[in-house]
Design a protein around this ligand. Sequence first.
Ligand code: PLP
Length: 378
Amino acid sequence: MTPVYFDNAASTPLAHEVLEEMLPYLRQHFGNPSSIHAFGRTTRSAIEKARKTVAEIFNISPSEIFFTSCASEANNQAIISGTRTLNCKHLITSKIEHHAVLHAVEYVAKNDAVKISYLQTNAKGQINLNELEQLLISNPQSFVSLMHGNNEIGNLNDIATIAQLCKANQAYFHSDTVQTVGHYQHDLQNIKTDFIVGSAHKFHGPKGVGFIYVKGDNKIGPYIHGGSQERNMRGGTENVAGIVGLAKALELAYAGMQTHQAHILALKTSMIEKLKIAIPGIQFNGDCENCTTSLYTVLSISLPPSEENDMLLMNLDINKIAASGGSACTSGATESSHVIEAIQGDTNRGTVRFSFSRYNTMAEVDYVVHVLKKYYVS
Ligand code: PLP
């Protein structure tokens, strides 16, 4: 068996079409996009072409897209620069956001006069929109940061409804859309968020490049201070090849979205059914058994208490299976996850996250189920 890569929520393999598109910008087109000569104009025009491609996909103006080094930077810019420039007094988020959001929120709490509220989550990791509405009503000048798809348990938030609630209460809405960009449609004329972010390496693009969407009338400051690149929104010479690769990867993801979705969803649903038969007592973390309210790309499983749990990821690795942890375990064999801790009742259970891409196959699902069965059913 060739190695099975089921860790696509961490990073995806670069699509070969994306690499081909990037290569000229790594080989011959090296000019600084800020230079006025022909070398610079070539790379400048590649960046603007990429911006137009991204903007068309989200149904927005190219002037609302700014390229960054990653989604962590984009989240930091939205939250830290956003709350500062927009003079927000109150920040609402949840405990199961990615650290790129949570640690930025902690920075704001420490450095700025902004009150922080964390929405409660139930045992499935779901937030309560009534609680959000009440907080918005009682706290003017709010900034809300809630992710679209949870990277660990796959839960999807209804960002269109959250955006409506925010608009109705004159609050700003930032959504960490890292796990859904390239996998779901985002028509930003219908989903009225103020900020979304993306990261190319989550949809078969290169690492080290991301973007932030800033809705036209929100003037926020830069997060990286320096030159006047990205219309004064981000100092630093642009990662031209990365930006070209991001746009190509996004284009491919959207062109094939229905086909990819059907293929990946079939893998996830089949794995759920096969695991239920193979491993008595298996459970699924968060809402991820429900494929309409969770990412079709993520399956987070909860294994019955067993001495195998501490060595789970290592045993998978020995069997050439790449997956990710997330256990609130005590041995140090896997990193403790704040998301699982926030929702988990029984810390003796083992957690592993499998995440799929369009390059995975049903044979790989069968192999992984077979390997898990070996460890959990004697
Ligand atoms: N937000 C979510 C939900 C993620 O899954 C990730 C990456 O794991 C990030 C933010 C950070 O993205 P990047 O690697 O581009 O900084």
